[in-house]
Design a protein around this ligand. Sequence first.
Ligand code: TYD
Ligand code: MG
Length: 468
Amino acid sequence: MARPVPAIRSLYVCQQCGTTSPKWAGQCPSCEAWNTLVETVVTRAPPSAAARARARGAGGNGAAAVSPIGDVSSAEAARLASGIGELDRVLGGGLVPGSIVLFGGDPGIGKSTLLLQLAASLARAGSSVLYISGEESSSQVRGRAERVGAVVDGVGLVATTDLATAIGAIEALAPGLAVVDSVQTMVSADLGGPGGSVGQVREVATRLAEVAKAGATCVALIGHVTKEGTVAGPRTLEHLVDAVIYLEGERLGTTRLLRAAKNRFGSTDEVGVLEMRADGLVEVPDASRFFLESEQPPVAGSAVTITLEGSRPLAVEIQALVAPAGYGSPRRATTGIDVNRVLMLIAVLARHAGLNLIGHDVYVNVAGGLQIGEPAADLAVAAALASSLRERPVREGTVLAGELSLSGRLRPVARAERRLAEAARLGFTRLITGPERGGSTIKHRPQGSETVAATDLREALRLALVEG
Ligand code: TYD
Ligand code: MG
């Protein structure tokens, strides 16, 4: 007997109260929240013969097959190393077959470039890869592949925006990796909404996750982050995928950071550092040295801090320029650090170190295009500002790490030991920091390097700057 064709394929479901509605409305008829109705598939096509066979194999009648935990094979053994060390570091050792990973980032940051390089790298190692492009034609993808040296046998291209076609291609080829570029361009015919809408994006990710789980293919999904947050972006998808990796950086700069926001198969602490060149993204072998532009002997207006990006210590140079302001309110401009944090530090310097910057323009720059969010950078920023104002450089071989409170006191930094070790590795001999946290002391002090604890800003600056 033929199955009846489902009459309703999709409904609008309120994301707040769960009320369903047959048509879209700006306001939920039940809970009266605005813009919460999202189109969602409610009846799917009947399951394929293969899916029915899998269900029977699993016990039939919906009963799940239970395996003793010792008999289940671990995903760990089968990881597919990408061959791009900085990416493997962030993934936790490589791609896990049967998983789905979302690569998010601003438009133009280099997502397509990275995934094409990953595709080529895996293909060179003998895996088959399918690159599904909904954004660009096959010849455009080929053009980029020539530029980055990714024209490799074993990479197949499909240009489509139709989700069913994309899934058909993955099922037919069963590649080791399938790249879907991008989630916003794929359209499921089961939904009426346009590509990129919240409903579409969720449906595309859900279906691709099912395809990944059903076999050994790893699906890499590209998603654009949108500034407004109105168009569906990676944030909507975080819970639907196994891992979320963000590619970050200033669009005009060349540094790119890889960061895991979620990782079911590894830690989210690691960062990868890459550089965008004319022939694609290249790994930065000694990332810490990369962010140091410091000249020896040091010049006024520069201070080095050791920031912990995840669990990875990076030496970063903070540059400050303080100059008498003209008429009107003085300018305060920053790159790589929150301007409000710098405004706070300017106030703390005035109040607690007797350094008045009220009549000065202030510019602060983090070298190398890194974005610092860690308050442990406070002391280095304050030292760079003081150094520029007084025209006295920071002593040679000195790094600073410490969070400043509004009262001008220094707080202890987390993991001072790791910071000191990294500083020593780069040839710094002295770390000026806050008082040590409740009794905990630095256990492994690298030879020839010392930690100097200061209690407040005034004392730290006296220790840091050369005498005038
Ligand atoms: P792309 O990978 O297309 O970004 P996304 O997919 O995230 O939108 O890369 C976009 C930018 O990168 C583009 O402005 C040019 C630059 N680029 C390079 O500098 N070198 C290269 O080898 C490539 C391929 C791109
Ligand atoms: Mg792209």
